[in-house]
Write a protein that binds this ligand. Structure first.
Ligand code: FES
Length: 179
């Protein structure tokens, strides 16, 4: 399974950002009950919690720790180990810039700088409108198309710094079309 070093795993996009952590507890309890006594329940329970809320709040982590009777330090250790867990609210779209060797030497760093400028955020942050979160990865397995940017499941290839605004606009238009 991938770790923080390799951020290819996507979060579930069906989560509801408007929920308060306490809103998901009853549903989470039903999931925890299903895993009652099952070894290795922690990761699937954490995944379910993140799918429900969009991220893993401290309150949710404490609840999971107490319910599964697993030390809180162990729970947070697992969360920090795997890249697909997030302890902060994330945007509707996850923008990942590859900084693996092939992408880096073909301009990945400049693409990242351009994204930071256009989005007005740094790596690890989410835009105020909660539309985009910006992350980096080490290789998306598409080195021949470098530099590569992934937005959710979509690979954008041979990205030029000047093109990032157009790429992001595609996702902004999706939102305005839906409203
Ligand atoms: S180095 Fe970027 S896709 Fe492989």
């Amino acid at each position: 399974m991938d770790t923080k070093q390799d951020q290819r795993i996507r979060p579930d996009q069906s989560s509801d950002c408007s929920l308060d952590p306490s809103d998901i507890i009853p549903q989470l309890d039903r999931i925890i009950d299903e895993y009652d006594g099952t070894e290795g329940a922690l990761i699937p329970v954490l995944q379910s919690a993140q799918n429900l809320l969009g991220y893993l709040s401290r309150e949710v982590l404490i609840h999971i720790s107490e319910s599964l009777k697993i030390p809180f330090s162990e729970v947070t250790g697992v969360v920090s180990f795997y890249s697909f867990f997030s302890t902060h609210p994330r945007g509707k779209h996850i923008v990942r810039v590859c900084l693996g060797t092939a992408c880096y030497v073909r301009g990945g760093k400049e693409v990242l700088q351009s994204l930071e400028k256009v989005l007005g955020i740094r790596v690890g942050e989410t835009t105020e409108d909660r539309l985009f979160s910006l992350e980096v990865g080490r290789c998306f397995g598409a080195c021949g198309l470098a530099p590569v940017v992934m937005v959710d499941d979509s690979v954008h290839q041979r990205v030029r710094p000047a093109a990032v605004r157009d790429i992001l606009d595609q996702y902004r238009e999706e939102v305005s079309d839906a409203s």
